[in-house]
Design a binder for this molecule. Structure first.
Ligand code: SAM
Ligand code: SF4
Length: 321
């Protein structure tokens, strides 16, 4: 602690780390993975629990306070509760959260809470069993709903955030039921524009239902009721419009992939290998220089909303969403 925070060339200070713990998953969401044929990382390519803890401690000394554990599906990683506990126990880390598809949550949330989990984001794109299966290629909606109910039982997990990716031509009937969820239960629902990060490279701009369109749909249904909770700063319905309304200027995020590559942007095509030096015995000062160098090279913003832009980097499930 006490070191200079991680500031990039544009003055953005980095407090938030997305830590991917696996590239594997028990669903096959069509905007993320192909139905078959994903090539998984080998076991020894993944950072182990000690390596994860070492990196989290390093980032915490450099001013990172919030860690979001993600993947792939983090709950398929053996020993995930221990990883959460070690992140939470790291001096300087204020909050540890997890982003999950919820399928395994009912069986694991108690252990995760005991490990110190502060917040959860559950990804559910549809509350209709058929459309859920169409999108995820698995018939697991009931298990996800059980996972949400298990989260509700933990008073400390508030609000429960629900992430929904919206796909034009599929998701239209889901928008209002999901917004309804945000109105009647302890939920914040975040509608996410589909981004060109699918492993199959099938994304086109036509798939993107924009935040603007979604806001219009929801306001048309509930014109008189403000979609806000007690705290106006935290509306119960939020829109993550990375394609049409990027928020790069406020970006304070860094990502470490499951195989130990540091990325300064979801859409970056360059990565900084931390695993190699870590395994070769690099000391903290050397790792710190690498991290600072990467942060200094962070771009001002991405251009995914512009016509003709194509992405050649790794897909979302490999990066950690
Ligand atoms: N498996 C976990 C889950 O689904 O919550 C965590 C990893 S997942 C990659 C993290 C988030 O990224 C999820 O909310 C998912 O819906 C979102 N996501 C995946 N592919 C996406 C894409 N192409 N565009 C926008 N969001 C995407
Ligand atoms: Fe799995 Fe999450 Fe990707 Fe869906 S979005 S396939 S749940 S990693």
């Amino acid at each position: 602690m006490g070191l200079e925070p991680l500031t990039d060339a544009f003055g953005r200070v980095h407090r938030s780390l997305r830590l991917s713990v696996t590239d594997r998953c028990n669903l096959r969401c069509r905007y993320c993975m192909p139905a078959e044929g994903m090539a998984w990382l080998g076991r020894d390519e993944l950072l182990d629990a000690d390596e994860l803890a070492r990196l989290v401690a390093l980032f915490a000394r450099l001013g990172v306070t919030d860690v979001r554990v993600t993947g792939g599906e983090p709950l398929v990683r053996p020993g995930i509760a221990e990883i959460v506990a070690r992140v939470k126990g790291t001096p300087g880390i204020r909050e540890v959260s997890i982003t999950t598809n919820g399928v395994l949550l009912a069986g694991q949330v108690d252990e995760l809470m005991a490990a110190g989990l502060d917040r959860v984001n559950v990804s559910v794109d549809s509350l209709d069993p058929e459309r859920f299966a169409q999108i995820t290629r698995r018939r697991d909606l009931d298990r996800v709903l059980e996972g949400l109910a298990a989260c509700e039982a933990h008073e400390r997990l508030r609000p429960i955030k629900v992430n929904a990716v919206v796909l034009r031509g599929i998701s239209e009937p889901d928008v209002l039921p999901l917004a309804e969820l945000a109105r009647r239960r302890p939920y914040v629902v975040r509608f996410i524009e589909a981004m060109p990060l699918d492993a199959s490279r099938e994304w086109t701009r036509e798939h993107v239902m924009t935040g603007q369109e979604l806001r219009a749909m929801i306001h048309a249904r509930w014109p008189l009721e403000p979609l806000e909770r007690e705290r106006p700063a935290a509306p119960a319905t939020q829109f993550v419009s990375s394609v049409t309304e990027p928020f790069c200027q406020q970006c304070d995020r860094l990502r470490v992939t499951a195989d130990g590559m540091l990325r300064t942007c979801l859409f970056a095509t360059d990565e900084t290998d931390l695993r190699g030096p870590l395994r070769a015995g690099a000391d903290d000062a050397a790792l710190e220089r690498m991290v600072r160098g990467a942060v200094l090279g962070k771009h001002a913003g991405h251009a995914i909303g512009t016509e003709g832009w194509t992405y050649r980097g790794r897909p979302m499930s490999m990066i950690g969403g």
